[in-house]
Design a protein around this ligand. Structure first.
Ligand code: FES
Length: 291
């Protein structure tokens, strides 16, 4: 289970500035749903370069939602030149930290911001690192420029660090040797000892990209992660939701207290939970309520 800060939990459950911005004049899009995380950042930028409004749509884990949300708060009122100085470490800091394995969510936020501002400036609407770099990780579409930037800005020392911050190497593992070479060159350049050679590839905890979907264990971990974030809110309202079973793509839950039979607008609570799990875990999950 990830150790999320209170701020991440709060912004996951009640994100700020969620949804597309009707009058956006800059949009930055990074990641892909097929790869497990995607972010579309909308900005409304004034003629003299001040970010007046920001919104986002994201598909990903709690960290991706919280990172996107806090980023929209951070950039509002900033001139684009100031906004471009925001690093992924700044995003993680604003969330009172992110689990190391989830740091790629903060990198995704930084890259979406850069892509949006580049579009506004009339440049290619992608992070500079993608435009200029050589593709290293085909599973997650990560270039050497993104890897080098993550190494330099975050002081990364191992291939596992690079995977945590960029997702590169977290799928089939074919790129791990190349990541190790990049790391070695970077660390040598900084006068640090060469890194350990990459070990055998391990499947990424959240990777669904190009691997035919989540394993049962990955699915279970992700469902439990999301449920752990939903429960405190229900408990605060005098109810609760209990995970009974996960069989294939069917998640069985039991609602108790005030949650029994309660409905949010025209959908039942277990349908709301189903929607959340479909967004956060897998799009074809089904949730059934057991008594
Ligand atoms: S090519 Fe990088 S993990 Fe598959």
């Amino acid at each position: 289970m990830w150790d999320y800060s209170q701020k991440v939990q709060d912004l996951f459950l009640t994100p700020h500035n969620a949804g597309p911005l009707e009058d956006a004049n800059a949009i930055g899009e990074v990641g892909s749903i097929a790869c497990g995380d995607a972010l579309k950042l909308y900005l409304k930028i004034s003629g003299d370069g001040v970010i007046e409004k920001a919104g986002f749509e994201t598909f990903g884990c709690a960290s991706a939602i919280a990172s996107s949300s806090v980023l929209t708060d951070m950039v509002k009122g900033l001139h684009v030149d100031e906004a471009l100085k925001i690093t992924n470490a700044d995003i993680a800091k604003a969330l009172d930290g992110l689990p190391r394995e989830k740091m790629h969510c903060s990198v995704m936020g930084q890259e979406a911001l850069e892509a949006a501002i580049r579009q506004w400036k009339g440049e290619p609407a992608m992070p500079k690192t993608q435009e200029e770099g050589k593709l290293v990780c085909k599973c997650f579409n990560v270039t050497d420029a993104t890897i080098i930037r993550a190494i330099r800005e975050n002081g990364l020392k191992t291939v596992e660090d690079v995977t945590a911050f960029t997702k590169a190497g977290g799928g089939c593992g074919d790129c791990r040797d190349e990541i190790a070479e990049i790391l070695e060159a970077e660390l040598r350049g900084q006068g640090a000892p060469a890194p350990e050679p990459a070990g055998p590839a391990e499947p990424a905890k959240s990777a669904a990209c190009g691997t035919g979907g989540l394993t049962n264990l990955q699915r279970m971990q992700k469902v439990m992660e999301v449920m752990a974030l939903i429960r405190p809110q229900l408990q605060a309202d005098g109810g609760d939701i209990e995970l009974v079973d996960i069989a294939g793509k069917t998640v069985s839950v039991r609602l108790t207290g005030h949650c029994q039979g309660c409905a949010a607008s025209e959908v039942t609570l277990h349908q709301v939970v189903e929607q959340i799990l479909r967004q956060q875990v897998e799009p074809d999950l089904a949730v059934e309520e057991v008594k």
